[in-house]
Ligand binder design. Structure first.
Ligand SMILES: *Cc1c(COP(=O)(O)O)cnc(C)c1O
Length: 366
């Protein structure tokens, strides 16, 4: 059984994607055109933000938001110790210092209580990540940030449509970075990303940065980059955005079924959903002290699983210069050793969920 399927052959979606493709081809306009404008307006409205700015990918969304907020070398940026490496890479890309803090081991996300002790006079920003689809409790983080004048950038690359106290990611922080990598809850058919924000000045700056630092053609006001969301991907994303809530509901149904079938499985911790949260299960991640054996056993039964992520960021070769060692972030290290992502996509047959759960349970009693 495969881990994921993009679901591009689902008939209603396929017709909408084909229609988007036709619109772009008929118009004959490829970059920075009406499809992107429409997608930006639709996605901003969906998130409850004033603006969305399409960029080339999720990493660029993080980097350009940090640059636009004026995070420069010498500044410190607080990030989760347990996240995808892109969160850390974005901080390094603007020359700022990565300051990792441990996540809450139940929800896998940052809390205000964990962030507070890491704040110094040099702290410029914090990047809470709504990892695996579980949102962040943003209000206490914003309160802390207001006291210390910090920029709060949510990394919502895994949580399109998640709700925190009834409000969607993308409208919670000062700015939010999204990836539309194909496997994400809202995925393109290629690379794409966006920043949402209700700060008009920040939005204007990101718009310039993504297009060579230019507002007017051939006038370059700042040293920008080329990171744009093209018309074809924007057209595809509009078709998928219309179906995002339904796709997330289907993810939640499959996650609930896993949790029901796996309840009581020996030695296994199941993902938790805070009372104030609507989790969108980008990934269904269990924890097991026997993770590697469990993964091997499932593989032997033809069930593909993945590990998000097998090496904690502070132990990655790319961050060796930060000087961290094993033991520095015990929660992140334990998660790297114990997490296992089970197959999950919106169109996954419920019988397949049952089959995976049965394969796990059959081995966990002995
Ligand atoms: C996918 C992802 C990114 C990066 O997105 P790309 O579009 O692949 O650049 C950043 N942060 C997190 C948490 C992600 O899952």
């Amino acid at each position: 059984m495969k881990f994921f399927d993009l679901g591009l052959d689902e008939p209603g979606l396929r017709a909408a994607l084909d229609e988007g493709y036709r619109r772009v081809m008929d118009r004959g306009w490829a970059i920075l055109g009406p499809e992107l404008e429409a997608f930006e307006a639709e996605f901003a409205a969906y998130c409850g933000a004033d603006q969305a700015i399409g960029v080339g990918n999720g990493l660029d969304a993080l980097v350009l938001a940090l640059r636009a907020a004026g995070v420069t070398p010498g500044a410190e940026v607080i990030v989760p110790a347990h996240t995808f490496a892109a969160t850390w890479l974005a901080v390094e890309a603007v020359g700022a210092a990565v300051v990792p803090v441990e996540v809450d081991p139940e929800s896998f996300v940052l809390t205000a209580a964990a962030i507070a002790p890491a704040i110094t006079p040099r702290t410029a920003a914090v990047i809470p990540v709504s990892l695996y689809g579980h949102p962040v409790d943003m209000a206490p983080i914003l309160e802390l940030a207001a006291r210390h004048r910090l920029f709060v950038l949510e990394d919502a690359a895994q949580s399109h449509g998640a709700l925190s106290h009834g409000r969607r990611t993308g409208g919670l922080a000062h700015a939010t970075a999204f990836s539309f990598y194909p496997t994400k809850n809202l995925g393109a058919v290629g690379d794409a990303g966006a920043v949402t924000t209700s700060d008009a000045g920040l939005a204007e700056k990101i718009r310039m940065l993504r297009n060579y630092g230019s507002r007017r053609k051939y006038l370059h006001e700042i040293a920008g980059v080329n990171s744009r969301l093209d018309e074809l991907q924007a057209a595809f994303l509009r078709a998928r955005l219309e179906r995002l809530d339904e796709a997330n509901t289907r993810r939640r149904e499959r996650a609930a079924r896993y949790s029901w079938r796996l309840a009581g499985a020996n030695g296994l911790s199941l993902p938790a959903e805070a009372a104030w949260a609507r989790h969108v299960y980008h990934l269904y991640v269990v924890r097991s002290p026997e993770r590697d054996a469990l993964q091997a056993r499932l593989a032997a039964e033809g069930i593909e699983t993945l590990i998000h992520y097998p090496t904690a960021c502070h132990l990655q070769p790319a961050f060796a210069h930060l000087g961290y060692r094993r033991g520095d972030f015990p929660i992140a290290e334990a998660l790297a050793d114990e997490v296992l992502s089970l197959p999950l996509w919106p169109g996954m047959p419920l019988e397949d969920v049952d089959r995976v759960a049965a394969a796990i349970s059959s081995g966990s009693s002995g």
